[in-house]
Design a protein around this ligand. Structure first.
Ligand code: AHG
Ligand code: MN
Ligand code: MN
Ligand code: MN
Length: 337
């Protein structure tokens, strides 16, 4: 497909027509999410002029202080999606339970999960942030909708993506047929296809991890990073560069653009072996995108998309990006027993 002025709508219609990937309810869902992201981008861009910075004075179910934009983005996504008839329910980082579509609206067959605003600690300092989303189908034959309907492995996702609010606003999408990127044309108000069939290089010389947690790491993570830091003289025989933006969206966007490995591993502060990031609306959608781009995503031992969630806000260790590096980190974990 040519990348000259192909709109998101045109891309989705062609996917539907040529590959039969996208039923019309799913196409509507993706377009509505993209429209909501445009509205969030407008609030993000206003910054101090729009009274959107700072904290909201509340906490989410994970004990994090909510920023005003966490709440605004959550509300925008709900309002945009609840009336279209394409959804049965939604779930979000910022809501304890699921949000069932009110019965004044028609009920659809999809389930939408999102991290409305990823990288909350970067909002007030004007660094790239984003929105992450994941789409599942409601299980066949289930009456009504319940939280259990969301407990599906990442392999069941029918679409996933994110929008990064950076120097450019970019929507990155997979419907299971590769990864496409759309840049927001602010003057026209439209999403324009700017990269198709995105691929993550299998090898890299760049890693992303929060080094300040080093003293808490598990031995395989320390081994991997120490080998990277040893540079040309060390066992890897090459020099590595490090980047950590502290917005997963922005770190993953860099990896989809030029390769790299991203890690938020389990560390010794967490008794139950879980990591920091949330499986259903952070790790799974990013794993789907990365795998669709030829990369890999594990929790250090197993494929992230193979894990069956047992609760909405379940946390997971994350290693994702360039395939050979992810395989190496995973091997180090398995060798350690
Ligand atoms: P969120 O802002 O949605 O709660 O997610 C923040 C996540 C993720 O975006 C990022 O990779 C990580 O937290 C950064 O954590 P540290 O501050 O521990 O580096
Ligand atoms: Mn948060
Ligand atoms: Mn997040
Ligand atoms: Mn968030």
């Amino acid at each position: 497909m040519s990348s000259s002025r192909v709109s998101l709508t045109q891309y989705l219609v062609e996917q539907q027509r040529l590959h039969g990937h996208i039923p019309s309810q799913l196409r509507l869902l993706i377009e509505v999410v993209a429209r909501a992201c445009k509205r969030i981008a407008i609030s993000v861009n206003k910054g101090a002029l729009g009274d959107v910075l700072g904290t909201a004075g509340s906490e989410n179910v994970q004990g994090e202080v909510q920023k005003k934009l966490d709440i605004i983005a959550n509300e925008v996504l709900i309002e945009a999606n609840e009336w279209g008839g394409h959804l049965a329910a939604m779930a979000s980082e910022e809501m304890e339970g699921i949000y069932v579509v009110p019965n004044r609206f028609p009920q659809g067959e999809y389930l939408l999960m999102f991290d409305p605003l990823d990288g909350s600690s970067n909002i007030d300092v004007n660094v790239s942030i984003g929105t992450i989303f994941s789409v599942l189908k409601k299980p066949e034959g289930s009456q009504g909708v319940s939280e259990e309907d969301f407990h599906q492995p990442g392999t069941s996702q029918v679409a996933a993506g994110y929008c990064v609010y950076g120097p450019q606003t970019t929507l990155v999408l997979t419907v299971g047929d590769g990864v496409a990127m759309f840049t927001l044309d602010r003057e026209q108000g439209s999403w324009v296809l700017t990269a198709d069939d995105v691929k993550v290089p299998e090898d890299t010389k760049e890693f992303a991890i929060n080094m300040s947690n080093m003293r808490h790491w598990d031995a395989p993570v320390t081994r991997y990073i120490e080998e990277c830091l040893a540079g040309e003289e060390g066992p890897r025989g090459k020099n590595f560069n490090m980047r950590w933006i502290a917005s997963m969206v922005a770190d993953v966007h860099r990896i989809l653009t030029r390769g790299g490995v991203f890690m938020y591993p389990w560390d010794k502060r967490e008794p139950n072996k879980a990591g920091k990031l949330r499986l259903m609306y952070e790790a799974n959608p990013m794993a789907f995108l990365i795998e669709q781009a030829g990369g890999a995503a594990t929790n250090g031992r197993e494929r992230i998309m193979g894990l069956t969630p047992t609760k909405l806000h379940e946390r997971v260790a994350v290693v994702l990006g360039s395939k050979n590096e992810v395989e190496r980190v995973t091997r180090y974990h398995l060798e350690a027993g």
